[in-house]
Design a protein around this ligand. Structure first.
Ligand SMILES: Cc1cc2nc3c(=O)[nH]c(=O)nc-3n(C[C@H](O)[C@H](O)[C@H](O)COP(=O)(O)OP(=O)(O)OC[C@H]3O[C@@H](n4cnc5c(N)ncnc54)[C@H](O)[C@@H]3O)c2cc1C
Length: 348
């Protein structure tokens, strides 16, 4: 039985490693554009020069798994066409292609490794007093602005957001984020990026909500954003040989996060292992715990959430929060590697 996993992010890596444990007779292949696992949750650190985000996939994948370094151009009927022209047959497919990185010209996308590396080099060349604009007031924009301001204290950092900064947080946590940004000298401005770089010496695009268009290009049923539509077992509604997990899967109520990608990848793998044994798949169910926002290396804001992901009144911040956030990032990478972890079910 051959299983191919497209993408070695959080969802694809945990799925492949879980299958290596639970589907002993299967040949498992992972296709990924590079031989490294990229911790997207650390790309703002990578960009600012305060941390790294790359681990060789040989250290992440179970030795039973074959890695093909390549990019899938199209998913065909039982085979994949790779960008180098080769084909790869599959009997079952795990679609974990995740996020896509596009940014307006003249700006640097935070959400991709190559663009984050280019931004890191450009930042290093800026003289003191240069202006950096970070576009996007979601958690990625907050983390990026804070990280750059802390790592490059001579730069003038502005966070530009069309909507409210930290809108997904509760009032208390949001207020603390604003105070932390002010402490680091980040100027917060409400407005829409009009495409012109203006007076900024560098613009960082911190809106990381796009997903790969591979599913749509390949004729799988997708939603308006290009996410693969799945049933309650995480199977594609248009091709039952395909399971879709992570950012690229349209799972109702799911937020784009590694907190979501990991349980989806694990559950998708468990269901595939059940199907291979002739057993019935189980419904996917997942409840949230909170949102963690790093504010540089020495602080963070942790918003405790209900299982439906709505913020509670409980939050905390400062050094203990930074330590917890760091642990969460390590645990996420460890969970992808070992494929051993548990999660809460969705609320009734
Ligand atoms: C700066 C930043 C900070 C973040 N912080 C947090 C956080 O604190 N907490 C949190 O929960 N989430 C955070 N996120 C979001 C989180 O990183 C994503 O939701 C998560 O990475 C999704 O995992 P994934 O496996 O679905 O997709 P990805 O991590 O995007 O992985 C997809 C993989 O598929 C590969 N791929 C894509 N197309 C193809 C193709 N055609 N052929 C082969 N391979 C392909 C990609 O190269 C990649 O390796 C952050 C994101 C960013 C950018």
């Amino acid at each position: 039985m051959s299983i191919v996993v497209i993408g070695a992010g959080y969802a694809g890596t945990v799925a492949a490693n879980r299958l290596a444990k639970k589907a002993p007779g299967a040949r498992i292949t992972v296709v990924n554009p590079r031989a490294e696992f990229v911790e997207r949750v650390r790309l703002h650190e990578h960009l600012a020069g305060s941390g790294g985000a790359v681990t060789p996939l040989t250290e992440m994948l179970n030795p039973r798994i074959r890695l093909v370094v390549g990019t899938v151009d199209k998913i065909g009927d039982g085979s994949l066409l790779l960008a180098d022209g080769t084909t790869l047959p599959f009997e079952h497919l795990v679609y974990a292609a995740g996020g896509a990185v596009t940014a307006p010209s003249g700006t640097f996308a935070v959400g991709g490794l190559e663009s984050a590396e280019r931004a890191r080099a450009a930042l290093a060349d800026l003289p003191d007093g240069a202006r950096v604009t970070v576009v996007g007031g979601g958690l990625t924009g907050i983390e990026t602005a804070a990280e750059v301001a802390e790592s490059h204290p001579g730069l003038r950092v502005r966070l530009l957001s069309e909507g409210e900064v930290g809108a997904s947080l509760g009032e208390g946590a949001r207020g603390r984020v604003h105070r932390e940004l002010a402490r680091l000298g980040v100027a917060v401005e409400r407005g829409r990026f009009d495409g012109a770089v203006g007076d900024a010496d560098l613009v960082l695009w911190a809106i990381a909500t796009q997903v790969s268009d591979l599913g749509a290009r390949s004729g799988l049923a997708v939603d308006a954003d290009g996410r693969v539509l799945v049933d309650e077992y995480l199977r594609s509604v248009s091709d039952p040989r395909v399971l879709a997990v992570g950012d690229g899967a349209a799972v109702p109520g799911a937020r784009l996060s590694c907190q979501t990608a990991l349980p989806q990848g694990a559950h998708g793998a468990d269901n595939l292992a059940r199907i291979l044994e002739g057993a019935a798949p189980k419904r996917y169910s997942m409840g949230y715990t909170g949102q963690n926002v790093s504010i540089g290396r020495r602080s963070a804001v942790i918003q405790v959430a209900r299982r439906d992901d709505s913020p509670t009144r409980i939050w905390f911040a400062g050094r203990p929060a930074a330590a917890l956030k760091e642990q969460v990032c390590r645990l996420a990478r460890g969970a992808a590697r070992t494929a051993t972890f548990a999660w809460l079910p969705a609320p009734r």
